[in-house]
Write a protein that binds this ligand. Structure first.
Ligand code: NDP
Ligand SMILES: N[C@@H](CC=O)C(=O)O
Length: 388
């Protein structure tokens, strides 16, 4: 690691949009850090530091000790992160897409080059979730992680529930507030939360699971009648991520809407907030709560990672990279299902008819997700949610 205590930490800021702009502002107020470069593909007369579109200038500058990647997307972010790690620079990133898809490879690369790789803002926005998970792991095995991991969808579900806002209007507001991904379908179809779940699962259980194995159902199909059906059962619809270590060493790992009983903490999570919980062997359940998206909360988490590095941290959250499979066949739950037209599979699983949907008898997560995929449930205007 190139950190030297006799001068400020010299940061290359790769991307200066919602999150990067927040980091830029925070650094202006400090003397222990400075922005050596902003990488931008267009002129930025608003910035008071060197701006370049040439990444090779950054990576070859030995005075830069830390690269903050807040550009997002796969390329060129992946290429730049790898080059920075190989050049012996610490990397702090908020990029859940890359950290999920390239997890083992990036962790290994950081290890080989003896530099820190931190991605706290990639899960939970402003919540110090991954660092708390790391601390727990120093003490005892983690058995489960679960919670609300996407600010945009929580904002949509919450405003539909509490203010009766229409889905489209709630999404527009979430976008205007800077919560949504560049392509908001990644929030709505669960892809964004799945990435966060994969990173959390890998860190929690010291494993590497493959993203496509994590069965996912998003909230793109949710309608006011689904919110109403939940309310009649004294429940609230939330998008829940869940992972559990199985006796076999594999993991149950899935993302789906859930109707949470009104008394549960998850049911009360408002706006863009996230709530993520660990279940440890001795501590039981511990939850972490805060804004899951937005400029300053996310930039705060990036800054905290930089401070950890400045204080001498040189590693990732775990060094265990054990390959694991996903197996969701042993988790059984009743589900609320609203579908356009009954079929044989669903017919045999009806427990209760509601005004606008049905409640099933307990069904395995793997089975109902496979059915929903085959039925193209979202595409045909349907919806499902487990009953917790
Ligand atoms: N927004 C949020 O609440 C959160 C975001 N994140 C993650 O943080 C990352 C950044 O998100 P966010 O700030 O919202 O995104 P923005 O789109 O607001 O900002 C991205 C910035 O990166 C720049 N950029 C993109 N591609 C390139 C490139 N090839 N070369 C140089 N600059 C480039 C863009 O430049 P230009 O202005 O020219 O388009 C823009 O300034 C993403 O990985 C996202 O998933 C994580 C947690 C929360
Ligand atoms: N689009 C994401 C941003 C933060 O990760 C979200 O809404 O949670």
């Amino acid at each position: 690691m190139l950190w030297r205590e006799d001068r400020p930490m010299r940061i290359a800021l790769l991307g200066c949009g919602t999150v990067g702009g927040g980091v830029y502002e925070f650094v202006q107020e400090r003397t222990d850090m400075e922005i050596a470069y902003v990488l931008s593909r267009r002129p930025r007369p608003d910035l008071n530091c060197p701006v370049t579109s040439d990444f090779s200038r950054i990576v070859s500058d030995p005075t830069v000790d830390t690269a903050i990647e807040v550009m997002g997307g796969r390329q060129p972010a992946y290429e730049y992160m790898c080059a920075a790690l190989r050049a012996g620079k610490n990397v702090v990133t908020a990029n859940k897409q890359l950290m999920s898809e390239r997890y083992g490879e990036l962790v290994q690369l950081a290890r080989e080059n003896h530099v820190a790789l931190r991605c706290s803002a990639a899960v939970g926005g402003g919540i110090r979730w991954l660092t708390n998970l790391e601390s727990t792991l120093d003490m005892e095995p983690v058995l489960r992680v679960s919670g609300i991991m996407n600010g945009t969808t929580n904002y949509i579900l919450d405003t539909m529930t509490t203010s009766g806002l229409k889905f489209e209007d709630a999404l527009r507001q979430a976008q205007a507030l800077g919560y949504a991904e560049v392509d908001p379908t990644e929030d709505l179809n669960g892809a964004d939360a799945r990435r966060k779940l994969v990173i959390s699962t890998n860190v929690a259980f010291g494993c590497v699971v493959q993203e496509p194995e994590v069965t996912t159902f998003g909230i793109a199909g949710v309608r006011a009648c689904d919110i109403g059906a939940a309310r009649k059962m004294h429940r609230v619809v939330k998008l829940m991520a869940s992972a559990r270590l199985l006796d076999s060493g594999d993991v149950a790992c899935y993302l789906e809407p859930a109707m949470m009983p009104q008394g549960m903490h998850e049911a009360a999570v408002p706006e863009n907030f996230n709530l993520i919980s660990i279940t440890g062997m001795h501590i039981g359940k511990q939850s972490f709560y805060g804004q899951g998206a937005g400029r300053f909360p996310t930039a705060y988490n990036v800054m905290q990672d930089c401070l950890d590095i400045r204080n001498g941290l040189t590693r990732f959250y775990t060094d265990k990279l054990r390959p694991a499979r996903v197996d969701n066949s042993s988790i059984m739950r009743p589900y609320y299902v609203r579908v356009n037209g009954m079929d044989r599979w669903l017919q045999t699983r009806i427990d209760k008819m509601l005004d606008c949907g049905i409640i099933t008898t307990p069904v395995a997560v793997s089975e109902i997700h496979a059915w929903a995929r085959e039925r193209k449930l979202t595409e045909t205007g349907g919806f499902l949610a487990s009953l917790r």
